[in-house]
Design a protein. Structure first.
Length: 89
């Protein structure tokens, strides 16, 4: 019973560090980007208040959504075609 106390403390510390330590890097990066001075718009700048930006974001969301959903949607017909043999039953 007494041997369990150091193990519990060590496990608790590991859980605390593994939960909160990875948060430090994104917060540091956000602070760095927030303190950065804005650069003037140039020829290669993509403004975020145009239709082009909206279409680009919409296309990106649709493509990523399709790539995440369609492989799963294709598994149903493949499983029906193969029948219960590879999946048991």
């Amino acid at each position: 019973m007494l041997n369990a106390i150091p193990w519990d403390i060590a496990a608790g510390l590991v859980m605390l560090f593994s939960r909160f330590l990875p948060i430090v890097a994104p917060i540091a990066m956000a602070a760095y980007l927030g303190a950065k001075k804005p650069s003037p718009a140039g020829l290669g700048t993509l403004r975020d208040d145009t239709t082009t930006f909206g279409v680009l974001i919409l296309a990106t969301v649709l493509i990523v959504g399709a790539l995440l959903f369609l492989p799963v949607a294709a598994l149903g017909p493949v499983a029906e075609h193969l029948g219960p043999f590879p999946f048991g039953g």
